[in-house]
Design a protein around this ligand. Structure first.
Ligand code: S3P
Length: 164
């Protein structure tokens, strides 16, 4: 299978950045992280961008990242949980959804990790968002990978079987 890029989607806490970085190292691809690039651009944390500029501004920045990613090659790309709303996701590359239950994700994020995520701070709202997005993640994915109770090597080998 000829693949330009591999892009990871999924809800907060599913391990998109960790896995994208590990796969990039394994395949000798470039590692790109949408949230990290947005933070670097403004030299601000995501929470500060949400507070000072608002969520819709952040979503516009995600769209700009997507417009950049379509020109990339041989990159493993980590995205934020809301990146599925960009208009051209299917043009970026092979899309892998890292799937886990809300309860599993909640346990995976410690208090410090939750505090970096403005949309996870209120658990009831976060669960609602999770339920709203579930179908969308599945529809957008070329491959759905259940991540629960698997270590990084198991996840990498499942991905490599699919992209070969
Ligand atoms: C968001 C997820 C976050 C980050 C922002 C919004 C979302 O990324 O982009 O806080 O809408 O789900 P992670 O999925 O890496 O936590």
């Amino acid at each position: 299978m000829k693949i330009d890029n591999i892009i990871f989607i999924g809800f907060m806490g599913c391990g998109k950045s960790t896995l994208a970085r590990a796969l990039a190292e394994d395949l000798d691809f470039v590692f790109l992280d949408s949230d990290a690039l947005i933070q670097q651009k403004f030299n601000q944390k995501i929470t500060t961008i949400f507070e000072q500029k608002g969520e819709s501004f952040f979503r516009e920045q995600e769209q700009k990242m997507a417009d950049f990613f379509i020109h990339c090659q041989k990159a493993c790309i980590a995205t934020g949980g809301g990146f599925i709303h960009v208009s051209n996701l299917e043009n970026i590359g092979f899309c892998i959804y890292l799937k886990a239950s809300f309860e599993y994700l909640k346990k995976a994020l410690n208090a410090s990790e939750i505090s970096k995520r403005p949309l996870f701070c209120d658990e009831i709202k976060a669960k609602k968002l999770y339920n709203e997005r579930l179908n969308k993640y599945e529809q957008k994915a070329n491959f759905i990978l259940n991540v629960e109770n698997k270590n990084i090597n198991e996840l990498l080998s499942e991905i490599k079987k699919v992209i070969k």
